[in-house]
Design a protein around this ligand. Structure first.
Ligand code: NAP
Length: 385
């Protein structure tokens, strides 16, 4: 993006402190070290930012995609931005890029409800998706949202846990991908589904009760959840019915894929593209929506499950399944009408990208060149944590 509007005016890149969940994706993606942070905010140094937009596509909330026209020499300083709770008002219409978004994707509504003015949504369903005998408690939570809360598949909502942190501030919102299509869960308007795993241990396996996931998993029908959003524009699906979707996910990373499959299912007779799903979980009993996916209409979706902990079977990850389907994956990577989505564990991202690279190498395709084009044309979307 050319950030130089004129000799006098500059398009300044800013991060919305209200939406930022401090995930560090932008700072690690910035090639010019323009993004920095303190314990409070992530900010952009106007002197170092060249408008390359490398940071945009990874941001799960869209906090990164904010621009203000300012007079050169009067740009907001890093010190000023570090003190902000809100962005300064925009002069004129707020500008947003469509970098990395499929051309036929619908324009999303974003950030209609915020941490300071959240939506009080009513819980209408809380159903366990994993076997009662399984240690993993993953739930399908359905919320009744408001008429003006119009999400698209691939967007997220924020959930605000009750209570205050040690500094007396409201807890940071946690993001969850919406698991239902724009028309509502089970076709019921305004019904928004989430796929939430109850966190009972930290990344090292030590006991740890996740504040927000336990709050949500304990909500019973009739209870109120405070939510923000809809958030994000980096995981939107193409609306063009001739496009193919290659969806790769692990565990609760199925949430946005379920929304996309349901959206396509509702338009079944107009769809000429393919729906291809590679999905990994420990066992069928621990795989959210396993039965629902098996019950999809014949011929609608091509599903390949990878189970990592089934007794008597070798450990299998989604990237192993991709390697078992080299011709299919090569076709998807080469087909300009195919859009690729990755969601789930961070480790899976590296494994899948390595599998893509290997599959390309064996087919004489330059993966690094292709990856750049895929991102630029909105054909590769990654949401991993
Ligand atoms: P999980 O049950 O821990 O893992 C799912 C599967 O992935 C297991 O079979 C696991 O195998 C396998 N796996 C582990 N490491 C892998 C690697 N390096 N490559 C490929 N597969 C690997 O998953 P989860 O707890 O549901 O976590 C899903 C992730 O999705 C979380 O990080 C969550 O934050 C994220 N997410 C969730 C949402 C949402 O809306 N809920 C949205 C976006 C992203 P083993 O355990 O046997 O090794």
């Amino acid at each position: 993006m050319d950030i130089n509007i004129s000799d006098d005016l500059l398009k300044q890149h800013l991060i919305d402190p209200e939406l930022c969940i401090r995930c560090d994706t932008c700072e690690s993606a910035c090639p010019s070290n323009a993004i920095t942070h303190d314990i409070r905010n992530y900010v952009v140094d106007a002197d170092a930012c060249n408008g390359c937009l490398e940071c945009i596509s990874g941001c799960p909330t869209g906090a990164i995609d904010n621009w203000r026209t300012v007079h050169r020499g009067a740009a907001y300083t890093v010190a000023e931005q570090l003190g902000w709770d809100h962005l300064p008002p925009a002069m004129g219409v707020a500008e947003k890029t469509r970098q990395g978004i499929p051309a036929s994707a619908a324009t999303p509504m974003e950030n209609a409800y915020t941490r300071e003015a959240p939506l009080r949504a009513i819980v209408v369903e809380n159903r366990r998706l994993t076997a009662e005998t399984s240690a993993s408690d993953i739930r399908h939570i359905v919320l009744e949202a408001a008429d003006d809360f119009a999400w698209l598949e691939g967007q997220s909502i924020g959930v605000l846990p009750p209570g205050l942190d040690a500094a007396g501030h409201r807890h940071m919102m946690r993001l969850y991908s919406v698991a239902s299509p724009r028309g509502g869960d089970s076709g019921i308007k305004n019904r928004l589904a989430l796929t939430v795993k109850r966190v009972l241990e930290d990344h090292e396996g030590k006991p740890h009760r996740g504040l927000c996931s336990n709050h949500i998993c304990d909500l019973q029908p009739g209870a109120v959840a405070e939510i923000t959003g809809p958030h994000g524009r980096n995981f939107l699906m193409p609306d063009d019915p001739s496009t193919t979707l290659l969806m790769i996910c692990t565990g609760t990373g199925i949430a946005p894929m379920r929304a996309m499959l349901a959206q396509r299912l509702q338009r079944l007779h107009t769809i000429s593209g393919r729906q291809i799903l590679f999905y990994g979980a420990r066992t069928p009993e621990e795989m959210p929506y396993h039965a629902e996916l098996l019950a999809l209409p014949r011929g609608f979706a091509e599903t390949e499950f990878a189970f990592s902990r089934v007794d008597g079977q070798p450990k299998r990850y989604v990237q192993d399944a991709l390697r078992d389907h080299t011709a299919l994956v090569t076709n998807c990577l080469s087909d300009e009408n195919c859009y690729i989505y990755l969601c789930g564990l961070k480790g899976m991202e590296a494994g899948v990208l390595a599998a893509f690279e290997e599959i390309c190498r064996n087919s004489g395709i330059d993966w690094h060149e292709l990856a750049g084009k895929l991102k630029h044309n909105g054909r590769l979307h990654v949401e991993t944590y």
